[in-house]
Design a protein. Sequence first.
Length: 753
Amino acid sequence: MNNLFSSMSRRGRHRPSNSSDDTDRLSFAGSIPNTPPTLPAQPPVPQPPLPPGDGRDTLSGGEYARRCRTLMTLLKDLRALGADTVFDLPKIVVIGNQSAGKSSLIEAVTGINVPRDSGTCTRCPMECSMSSDTTSWSCTISLRSGTSTSVPPTSPRVLRSTRGASIASASSTASAGVTPTPARASTGVRNITTQSFGPTITDKSQVELWLRRAQGAILSTDADKSQWLNKSAEEIRQAIQNKTGMRDFTEDTIVVDIQDPTATDLSFVDLPGLISNADPGSIDLIKNLVRQHVAGENTLILVTIPASDDIQNHGAVVLAKEADGNGDRTIVVLTKPDSLGPGDTGLQETWRQTFKNRNVPENKNYLRHGYYCVQLPNDQQRQQGLTAHTLPDYLGVTWPWSEFAGQGRFGVTNLVKNVSALLVQMIEANLPALRAAIELALRQCVNRLGQLPPVVSHDNEMASILLMVNAFLRELEAASSGESHKSLAQDCRRRYRELRDEVEGTCPKFQRNGIDDNTYDIPAVRKVIDECTGWELPGIIPYDAYKTLIKRFLAGWKDPVQNCFEDVHVSFSDFVAALANKHFSGFSHLNAFVLNHIRLELQSSKSTAQISVLKLLDIEKQPPFSQRGDFGEEQEKWMRTYWSHFFPHESDRWYRTKDEIHVMATVRTYFKFAFERFADTVLLMQEQDLVKSLRPKLEEALYKEVTDLSATPSGLKRLLAEDEAIARERDDLTSRKERMMDIRNRLNMYGTV
């Protein structure tokens, strides 16, 4: 298909210019094209097959019409269930500058009168749904506060006004986590409150007043909206003008539901007109409101622009281009065609070329779904009782519009039936992706609920607490022994290896030339021997010479051991605290209770372990001793090593320095055995006194404290009080899960229709 509406254009060429197809008669039943308009370009969503049609089907009758009504009802129900918190539901958004004729267009489309005043009148979004699945006309109005693009489920609470009207309120909190969809990623939504406002209206003449009341109520900062149920139009005007307790504009939405047996099923959002003569805050609010609503890839943007305006500089067109640069989902509706006078030849030619070349993508004003032009009554004509369907045919007899008569581009009827068909196709095309998004959101809810702390029974508080404590202690014991949470053991082993390397680094070095305090050559060792010599017999090496060198390297062990001890204590403390948070985080009082005992017992264990480590260091400082049977063998090995090192070519000189070589070999041998003994012992001691001792000590302390608290049931009850944040999240997730299931059930119901 070369263009969305090419089939309509071909069928319209042979119609007379004054054909009813091109008038502004507001009849919502009429013939539709053989093939409805195609879906806007959305790569993630495959286009559906075009509905069957031979030119005799209509939007108000036939199988295709029944499907249209069913899909529109489905969309309305899905929006009411909050499906657009997880998916970019298809919608139509009407935007335009102030005084662009948007209100007149809304009246012509819906058949109702909307409030009209000089200056700015529309001060909030209005979501309008029309359904033909009824036998009589009626209208209901609701207020939606805390607006997002979704309508959460509600359970109305009815309040009666003095005139028999009612106002119903209910609130629903949508989840903060959203799920990306093929069209976009939904953002978090705020708390949303929907209130049914006023009675079911059966008299069209009453709609305008009730819309005024609804707008006054939604602009009011007073939470009590029932006071607006009885106000007159003049009272509302004065309240808005005086700005006492009133906002100039709001993102909150008036929801209008019209049941009309003659209507074309349609749903759209009418946004406040763009303004330039208000305070910057209001101007930015409206612009941001428009940007928010037109951002979704499943949104058709209906831009109203007077024929006398320059399309390139029109504010609403600029915002539409920001969101839809390729023009795939933008439709321009020209209003006030009679505003072009005979002298406006430039604009006349511009619009002539735009309509003429609307199917040419190279056209700078090209839009995939093209342009429409509607003739609507002005204020004087409305006062004369004229409506859109009783106006004389202006477009069919006035150039340049008459050049395009019969091509399905003029009149509200053509506009409504074609955008309705577009919306229907978008709904149908998005159903598979919507089902997938709902299933994903449902799984995420279930998974997250499973991650929350279990709901505990308050029938036996002590048993519930002890069950949780036992589960925590079992996991702590398994982690302490390395059976689980192996990263804890791996971190500790890594730190013990570092300690081993640091202690090994204190080993004295015996070399030809001494260069630091821990490196000795033969003269340096001789000096130690001489300094330690007393009344020993000739040829006897003083024992103190060995002890002096051994004490020197032992002095370097304390700091590395203390640092390792602190690191292991911090690492283990962090692990135990994290484990406690995992088990008790849903119960802030119980978590604090357990963490306090963990802190006390860890401090006790640290003191015990620290005493043991210091004692081990003191033991090593005692007179050197070893029962190793291979001590002599190791000593001989080091003597040969040092002989060959110091006298590689003078084998006869070693005898003169045999005492120094013997001291070197003995000290080096002792270091090896003492270092290995100490490195293993300090590891086992820290693990036993600091890590493995915590579980039994903590078990005893917690059981004793819980038993003592059982004498005062209020104490146990306080420990089991669920954290407020967890309780709120559980409620939100449960509500969201139920909402997703309701949406899934509603989608399944559509599959059986």
